[in-house]
Design a binder for this molecule. Structure first.
Ligand code: GUN
Length: 290
């Protein structure tokens, strides 16, 4: 089994982006600028956003972190989005999800200017993705496609099972893998909580992409010999032996599955860093378009 090293791949991408930024600045232009809105203090979201800010600094982007209280009203958040839409110094922004329960996520996503929607979550960008038009592609699926590309993993004609149908990962992932592109051109099935004979279906997969948010859900008996297995899951599980008090556990039972795979990602250093690099790619694209 060869481990797909998202950490080193993402470092390569960051270096490529940093070189572009150097050129942009040398041409007398301002650097790309990403803003991130964080509502509340969810631990995992805090972490993700902190990484996004750090990544920006590393490649020479400007970044702005907008912190809003847990008690922020939906209208206050919509007002902030209108402000960011109108701010000519910001190329793109994200609103970190999930949001507190009293805020309608869909309303928030609909309020974001599609030209600044570097998450690729709003209807116009999701529609463009489905039509194969240039757009901001949701960061996690894009990061996974980039892994396939950089490791020259053959996807054409392969059976690909995507476990999970979220708007952020499963659904765009399935669209990308089914398109007439390379990587792509796979025969894709989306599986979810109501799927019958799930283990059998997973065993038919040459490529299994797992994004269901259930720790170690995919076990060895669900994996075909020689399969490519991508683990998107990252659940925090309390662990007193760690300084942070938790460890991240994936959706795949790594230790027991690894010997069956040709290629595989691990919960850390796999999909996560690629997601982060994709957001930087989208922000650079937003800057180039303006
Ligand atoms: N929450 C988990 N993943 C993401 C992401 O890619 N973007 C945003 N905005 N929120 C998330």
């Amino acid at each position: 089994m060869q481990l797909l090293d998202g950490k080193s791949c993402s470092e390569q991408i960051r270096q490529e982006i940093a070189q572009q930024v150097t050129k942009i600045k040398a041409a007398g232009q301002r650097a790309p600028h990403l803003a991130a809105v964080l509502v509340g203090t969810d631990g995992a979201s805090e972490n993700y956003v902190a990484f996004k800010v750090k990544d920006c600094a590393e490649v020479g982007f400007e970044s702005t972190l907008v912190r809003m209280d847990e008690s922020t009203t939906e209208q206050q958040l919509l007002d902030k989005i209108a402000e960011l839409n109108a701010d000519a110094s910001i190329d793109g922004f994200i609103v970190q999800l999930p949001l507190p329960a009293h805020i309608d996520e869909n309303k928030v996503i609909l309020a974001i200017d599609p030209d600044k929607d570097v998450d690729g979550f709003c209807p116009e960008n999701v529609g463009k993705l489905s039509l194969g038009l240039p757009t901001f592609i949701s960061a996690t699926p894009n990061g996974i496609m980039e892994l396939f590309r950089r490791y020259s993993i053959e996807t054409e004609g392969k059976n690909c099972v995507v476990l999970g149908r979220s708007n952020i990962v499963g659904t765009p992932m399935a669209v990308l893998m089914s398109r007439n592109t390379n990587p792509g051109n796979a025969t894709v099935t989306i599986a979810h909580s109501r799927t019958k004979n799930l283990a059998e279906l997973c065993r038919s997969a040459d490529i299994l992409i797992v994004a269901i948010g259930k720790t170690e859900f995919v076990t060895a008996d669900m994996v075909k010999q020689g399969a490519v297995v991508i683990d998107v899951g990252q659940t925090r599980v309390p662990d007193s032996s760690k300084k942070s008090g938790f460890r991240n556990v994936g959706d795949v039972d790594f230790d027991n599955v690894k010997d069956k795979c040709s290629y595989m990602t691990y919960v850390t250093g796999g999909v996560g860093p690629m997601t982060r690099a994709s957001l930087l790619q989208n922000t650079l694209k937003a800057h180039q378009r303006r």
